[in-house]
Design a protein around this ligand. Structure first.
Ligand SMILES: Cc1cc2nc3c(=O)[nH]c(=O)nc-3n(C[C@H](O)[C@H](O)[C@H](O)COP(=O)(O)OP(=O)(O)OC[C@H]3O[C@@H](n4cnc5c(N)ncnc54)[C@H](O)[C@@H]3O)c2cc1C
Length: 424
């Protein structure tokens, strides 16, 4: 610890999802006195970290916005059972974010830059999680059996060939499976899938909510339940986190509040475009099949994972306001895909399926916001969109490096919030 950081002993972590939990642990390991502030129960259903697809996939380096996407969007939107929907009354508010979103993936060059930044953050995600689960005394919560991408046929895989080529360039390795090999690897899959890609380095979490709680418990951080409303500062240096119950004095604050982060950042003048890519999951308790590893069927665009609660299907992108009521028809679409993908589920009582809705905290360019805020002593770690489970341990390590003034090992300039000011 340098002389400058020596004086700054107290760290307040705002938000106790997977990013906040990992950050609290890293800061505690670095010798800080850590307080975690969350408006709700850590690891609870309000957090994206509770209900995600539980994939820890080094293949998740392709952002949502890619060249030519605009041509496909109308078809997606017209397909009522498709993976994307938009609440038209929210369109005027969403429009600036959508324009930035499309611009971010407009050219091959922009896509390549984003892939490279995401790869630097995600490529060793499974290794980091395996080590983390050991450290916090919950080794069984992370399992590495690979991740299987299932396609109706080879042509469907080839239609995504440019993305797999980018993954190859990033160093990812996988095994291609013909129909026979695919069904040997995952016998529960419907016969209509005849081509697969097995990414053997991929891993999964068995219980994302319990994982968050285990990490927080291991951090030894002081927990405070309160809604954060802003930050108090003197001479542009943070001195306290403002909450509904009064200020929490601190030397350093780290904002890891997922979807709640942009509102808090705005109170100090940092305007960061963050929208909710709302998602859903359905979970079938005691299903008649057990997947050997997580599966992503290319047509359903959903993550199918065995979790502590059963067989989970997570997915869908619903662009609407973060606090709108859930539209459970989106969860039903996932359930329909699930029963089509695994015929043995046809006999299952669908009434037993548990349904969940949560908000992916998404920036328009698909990159999280990691780094210094405009206030001295305030650091950002949010905006992880579709990949926050995977990226959380690395994000937390980067934040600890930054706070301690250590080299980060990767180029973090692409994650700065200042990129949005530059882009206008
Ligand atoms: C359907 C779906 C599937 C997904 N699948 C995957 C996947 O397979 N793999 C993957 O890597 N990622 C996946 N993701 C993305 C991942 O879940 C998120 O990126 C990640 O959970 C974000 O974590 P977080 O800690 O930033 O935010 P969150 O988990 O949302 O936590 C934020 C916390 O901040 C608290 N908070 C918010 N505002 C305030 C405030 N003002 N005051 C105090 N506390 C506050 C909240 O209560 C919450 O506990 C998926 C997401 C969804 C929705």
């Amino acid at each position: 610890m340098t002389a400058q950081t020596e004086k700054r002993r107290r760290v307040a972590v705002i938000g106790a999802g997977i990013v906040g939990a990992c950050t609290a642990l890293e800061m505690a390991r670095a010798g800080f006195n850590v307080t975690v502030i969350d408006a709700s129960q850590p690891g609870g259903e309000q957090a994206a970290s509770y209900g995600n697809g539980a994939f820890i996939s080094p293949a998740s380096i392709i952002p949502m916005s890619v060249p030519g996407l605009w041509r496909k969007v109308p078809a997606y939107l017209l397909d009522k059972a498709g993976p994307l929907t938009i609440n038209w009354t929210s369109l005027p508010r969403l429009a600036p974010w959508l324009v930035r979103f499309l611009r971010a993936g407009w050219t091959e060059e922009r896509l390549r830059r984003t892939v490279s930044s995401l790869d630097s953050l995600l490529h060793d995600g499974p290794d980091r999680h395996l080590a983390l689960a050991q450290t916090v005394g919950a080794p069984s919560l992370i399992q590495r059996n690979g991740i299987l991408y299932a396609y109706p046929n080879r042509a469907a895989y080839l239609s995504e060939a440019p993305f797999w080529a980018l993954r190859r360039q990033a160093g990812l390795q996988w095994r291609e499976l013909d129909a026979e090999a695919l069904h040997a690897e995952e016998p529960a899959l419907a016969p209509c899938y005849s081509f697969g890609v097995l990414v053997e380095s991929g891993a999964q979490c068995l219980d994302p909510g319990a994982y968050v709680r285990a990490i927080l418990a291991a951090s030894g951080a002081t927990m405070k339940q309160a809604r954060v409303t802003g930050l108090a500062h003197e001479a542009r240096s943070v001195i306290a986190v403002e909450t509904e119950f009064g200020p929490v004095p601190t030397d350093i604050a780290v904002l890891t509040a997922g979807m709640g982060s942009a509102k808090i950042a705005r109170t100090i003048g940092d305007n960061i475009p963050l929208e909710a890519e709302r998602g859903y999951h359905v979970e079938l308790p005691d299903p008649p099949i057990r997947l050997r590893r997580p599966v992503m069927p290319s047509d359903g665009k959903m993550a199918n994972t065995m979790t502590a609660g059963g067989l989970r299907a997570a997915g869908q992108v619903e662009l609407s306001s973060a606090d709108a009521a859930p539209d459970w028809r989106r969860a039903d679409i996932l359930l329909q895909h699930l029963t089509r993908t695994y015929p043995a589920l046809a006999s299952v009582d669908q009434g037993k399926a548990r349904r969940w809705q949560g908000n992916r905290p998404s920036t328009p360019d698909g990159l999280p916001v990691i780094g210094a805020a405009s206030l001295s002593g305030l650091w950002y770690g949010f905006g992880h969109g579709h990949l926050g489970l995977n990226a959380a341990p690395h994000t937390a390590a980067l934040l600890a490096d930054l706070v301690l003034g250590r080299p980060t090992g990767i180029d973090i300039a692409p994650f700065s919030h200042k990129r949005f000011a530059r882009a206008g």
